[in-house]
Design a protein around this ligand. Structure first.
Ligand SMILES: Cc1cc2nc3c(=O)[nH]c(=O)nc-3n(C[C@H](O)[C@H](O)[C@H](O)COP(=O)(O)OP(=O)(O)OC[C@H]3O[C@@H](n4cnc5c(N)ncnc54)[C@H](O)[C@@H]3O)c2cc1C
Length: 578
């Protein structure tokens, strides 16, 4: 085992000492428990787990699980040390972390069913406890303290892997749309990945010639040692093992379209009420919230929670109750046949359900600027998560927008970028931004706010170098240095797939409750005595929650609350059919 340390920031994973001349590693130093990623189980917790699986003696270099392996056991180190290794058996082999007595192995993939992004190898003679993952799930259902300890550690470990760039390799040019698509898909789905830019990274060319791939045939993706040539998002999802990329052909009680906070909450409450529930999402679980670096106004999280963590927790919770997920799966159209709805997906398959909850949210608007599409491939972002922050580390960046998402992005990016310029059209920041964010921004030295200002031009050759802005009152023009531009200027509802089946308002948001005009002249309603409930659309048994709903409050908590409420209304509607 090579002991080359991982490419890591700030001592998250400690590289062990050098190998001896005989190639036998010297004793490996245990990785410190930074951020609670590697807690040690108590004797009582180990004892509880020991009842569920065998104790196994291990020898140096013995592999406990391999890269790409799915559904492996949950291992606890009882004696000796175990190294977590990426690229085992390849020239890139390196140790990510090292664990001794009382530490448990694995990360989020163990619970989600994805293939492991690394191998675990015994570093010396020792003993481990091997608990089948199904038995672990049973135990944590009865022992919330242990369950939370493991889940928290796994979520932090996933963030560490993403930060280290461990996992999937994407090789492609920064000017390729497909490279950008694959990078975005990996980032949105929180798939640990590293991008090798064909334009600037000498390693990219070396890797391509080693694999016998011509630069013209990029992007390529390497997943668990498998080479994929310009895969679709669905192919990448399947290779990584994201939940059920293909939709089962059964009919469901409840079909939830969209898995942002609204859809996830609907799924948790629907499945927990015993409804056969399927959730579809075109891109990734978590929706807009999944791209938020820190949600500070969600009840119960006084120090905030990242959107990714909230989404991961909700998905595990919904799956615990039996909800099924299909990602990526895009609803392309919908039709009604008596008391059933059929949603057709963009891959030609379809799924039928008695009730449908529309939770497709909204997408961020684009700026109307020359060369926007060109710069969107390399320097323009509509989310500010850890993945984007890594790409613009120590660069000057600009953010357009005066709402809370722009404010949050400014606070978050200020920790990574050299300088953040917040460009706001309004002359007063308090018009759309919450007070707490305005106060935070005011205290950050490297955030500069420009009020009453609009972006007019994007400057740069291949990549963005600056933006030209004008003062909306004086017309004065200025150039702001920016290697990346983040755009947060409002949203458009994702309702194209509804194809006019339900009533929408003048902006395309779905009307619900008494405001929704009936699909017919209302005669059917009068005949059956159908009373439309508050979240019900103009079609019976079809509901809308969250940002996609006309008049909704564009907040995570509101979407979650509506998801919970929708289930009660869905159940009432189903009972009315019986
Ligand atoms: C960067 C950022 C920061 C934010 N911060 C906060 C905050 O701190 N606090 C707060 O309260 N709110 C915040 N918000 C707003 C909040 O995230 C949204 O109000 C919330 O996510 C809305 O949830 P939703 O479920 O209605 O829709 P969304 O989150 O928009 O999710 C909709 C989902 O539907 C999917 N979808 C769309 N069309 C289709 C289709 N045809 N087929 C299948 N799937 C489809 C999308 O891929 C998406 O995953 C933030 C938003 C952003 C972008």
């Amino acid at each position: 085992m090579s002991t080359k340390p991982a490419n890591e920031p700030s001592g998250l994973a400690q590289g062990p000492g050098p190998a001896t001349a005989a190639g036998v590693p010297l004793p490996l130093a245990e990785t410190p428990d930074t951020y609670g990623a590697y807690p040690r189980l108590s004797d009582a917790q180990i004892e509880a787990l020991a009842a569920l699986g065998p104790r196994l003696g291990v020898q140096p270099d013995q592999v406990l699980f391999r890269e790409g392996e799915r559904n492996c056991d949950f291992f606890v180190v009882l004696a000796g040390t175990v190294a977590v290794v990426e690229g085992r058996g390849t020239p890139e082999e390196h140790v990510i972390s090292v664990h001794g007595h009382g530490r448990f192995l694995g990360e989020l993939s163990l619970l989600t069913g994805e293939g492991s992004f690394y191998a675990a190898v015994a570093a010396d003679t020792g003993e481990v406890l091997a608990v089948p993952v199904d038995r672990l799930r049973e135990l944590v259902a009865h022992d919330p303290a242990l369950g939370d300890l493991i889940l928290r550690a796994y979520l932090i470990r996933r963030s560490i892997l993403i930060g280290l760039g461990v996992g999937v390799r994407i090789v492609g040019s920064r000017y390729s749309l497909d490279t950008r698509r694959l990078r975005d898909f990996a980032a949105r789905n929180r798939i640990p990945s590293r991008w090798l830019d064909l334009e600037t990274d000498p390693g990219a060319e070396a890797l391509l010639s080693q694999l016998g791939v011509a630069p013209a045939d990029t992007p390529i993706v390497i997943v668990h040692g498998r080479l994929l040539r310009n895969p679709s998002n669905a192919q990448l999802a399947a290779a990584v093992g994201l939940p059920a990329p293909s939709v089962p052909s059964t009919s469901f009680d409840l079909l939830v379209v969209g898995s942002g906070p609204g859809g996830l909450s609907t799924a948790v409450y629907g499945a927990s009420e015993g409804m056969q529930t399927l959730v579809l999402d075109a891109t990734a679980t978590g929706g807009q919230a999944g791209t938020s670096s820190r949600i500070e106004n969600y009840l119960g999280f006084p120090s905030g929670i990242s959107g990714a963590e909230l989404a991961d927790r909700a998905v595990l919770q919904a799956r615990k109750f039996g909800a099924r997920f299909a990602v990526p799966a895009t609803a392309a159209s919908i039709g009604r046949d008596n008391d059933h709805y059929t949603v057709r997906l963009d891959d030609g398959t379809s799924v039928t359900a008695r009730s449908v909850v529309i939770a497709t949210g909204a997408l961020y608007r684009r700026l109307d600027l020359p060369r926007l599409e060109h710069f969107e491939q390399v320097s323009i972002y509509y989310a500010a998560s850890q993945a984007e922050a890594l790409l613009c580390r120590d660069d000057p960046v600009a953010i357009v927008g005066g709402g809370n998402s722009a404010g949050q992005a400014a606070v978050f990016l200020s920790r990574h970028a050299a300088r953040v310029t917040l460009i706001v059209r309004e002359r007063d920041l308090s018009e759309y931004m919450s007070r707490y964010l305005i106060d935070q921004i005011g205290r950050i030295a490297n955030v500069h706010v420009m009020l009453g200002t609009e972006v007019r031009e994007l400057l740069g050759d291949q990549a963005l170098e600056a933006v030209a802005v004008t003062d909306s009152q004086t017309g004065a023009r200025r150039t702001i240095r920016a290697r990346a531009l983040f755009i947060f200027i409002g949203v458009t509802p994702c309702t194209g797939w509804l194809d006019g089946l339900v009533d929408t308002d003048e902006h395309g948001f779905v009307r619900t409750g008494p405001r929704a005009r009936p699909a017919t002249d209302g005669a059917a309603e009068a005949e059956t005595g159908w009373q439309r409930s508050v979240l019900e659309t103009s079609q019976p048994g079809m509901f809308a929650v969250g940002d996609v709903r006309s008049g909704s409050v564009k907040r995570v908590a509101a979407a979650v609350g509506e998801g919970a409420m929708a289930i009660r209304l869905v159940l009432e509607r189903m009972q009315s059919y019986e």
